[in-house]
Design a protein around this ligand. Structure first.
Ligand SMILES: C[S@@+](CC[C@H](N)C(=O)[O-])C[C@H]1O[C@@H](n2cnc3c(N)ncnc32)[C@H](O)[C@@H]1O
Length: 298
């Protein structure tokens, strides 16, 4: 089992690594991007976060020959707090390669895949209490419909939410797939794709933690440092795009007679997102939906 890092060279180039810089990989996963960063460091240092202890254990082994890194088994929402606890106030760059690793998708017991019959789990952090099973069995109809509509952009959200409520208790991924198969009979692609995406986002609170970490990045990335984000669906990409736009736009009224406009924090390096090459997409189907955006702290 292996995780193929997506947009590896593009992301590392985007970070513009200084050999003596301090970098944070917020999403360690299999450690592919982390290793590429470490290869370019001389006296610099890498802190890498992952909320999944299995990712931490795997990457610790992979990276053990490199001297200058520390792995942190926490959600990246604790970025600023964790760095401060370690006595670090400013970093030279932050990388986020969002979503799940192949290890997580392929691990039949974790409930991320609609192709495996298993418990409805979907937690990236196995110590968290909220699971997909809790959501499908206890959330009210309207909240389920909202989750499927907003996080899954699922057109049949209403019907699916209704059938779920009528079929409770749901125990396994197959119980849920049976419902999406009935409702989404004529849909292109797998009937459960959007519902699984939606539940995963809800279980792991993925959009809120992304917004929160981007705000913290403004405080911890030093001027000239880069923020590099790889996203895998339009909801994530939209958050990154809007954040970069908002923070790179002047907040002064047009023609304000100020001396120096210091009301913006970022320079956007990628006006359009960088996409994987055809070759990468052919080799790694997971790369197909990836988008890379880069901004520089000013
Ligand atoms: C796409 S994988 C990263 C792959 C990695 N860049 C590589 O090259 O192997 C995403 C990883 O980020 C972790 N992750 C996702 N959201 C997180 C969060 N909010 N806090 C900490 N880790 C997170 C997941 O557990 C997963 O291991």
């Amino acid at each position: 089992m292996k995780h193929d890092s997506v947009l590896l060279n593009e992301a590392i180039e985007g970070l513009r690594i200084q050999p003596n810089g301090i970098y944070v990989d917020g999403t360690l996963g299999g450690g592919g991007h982390a290793e590429a960063i470490l290869k370019q460091l001389k006296t610099g240092f890498l802190f890498a976060f992952d909320q999944d202890p299995f990712a931490i254990a795997y990457a610790q082994k992979r990276l053990e020959k490199y001297p200058h890194f520390q792995l942190i088994n926490r959600n990246f929402i604790h970025l600023e707090e964790s760095l401060n606890e370690l006595g670090v106030t400013l970093i030279d760059g932050l990388l986020l390669d969002l979503g799940m690793s192949s290890f997580q998708i392929d691990d039949a017991n974790r409930g991320f895949s609609y192709l495996e019959e298993t418990s409805l789990d979907m937690r990236m952090d196995p110590n968290q209490t909220l699971t997909a099973e809790t959501i499908v069995n206890t959330y009210e109809f309207a909240e389920l419909r909202r989750i499927f509509t907003v996080y899954g952009e699922e057109k049949m959200a209403h019907q699916i939410a209704k059938r779920i409520v009528d079929s409770r208790p749901l125990k396994t991924t197959s119980d849920l797939v049976k419902i999406t198969d009935q409702v989404n009979r004529n849909q292109k692609g797998h009937s459960a794709k959007r519902v699984f995406q939606a539940l995963r986002i809800a279980v792991n609170n993925e959009l809120d933690v992304l917004e929160a970490v981007l705000k913290q990045a403004l405080r911890v990335v030093k001027p000239g440092g880069r923020i590099v984000v790889i996203s895998f669906h339009s909801l994530e990409d939209r958050i990154v795009k809007h954040f970069f736009k908002e923070e790179s736009t002047s907040k002064l009224p047009k023609n304000f007679p100020g001396l120096i406009d210091e009301t913006f924090n970022l320079k956007v390096i990628t006006r359009k997102p960088i996409l994987p090459t055809e070759a990468e997409m052919n080799e790694n189907p997971r790369a197909k939906s990836a988008k890379l955006r880069i901004a520089e702290r000013i």
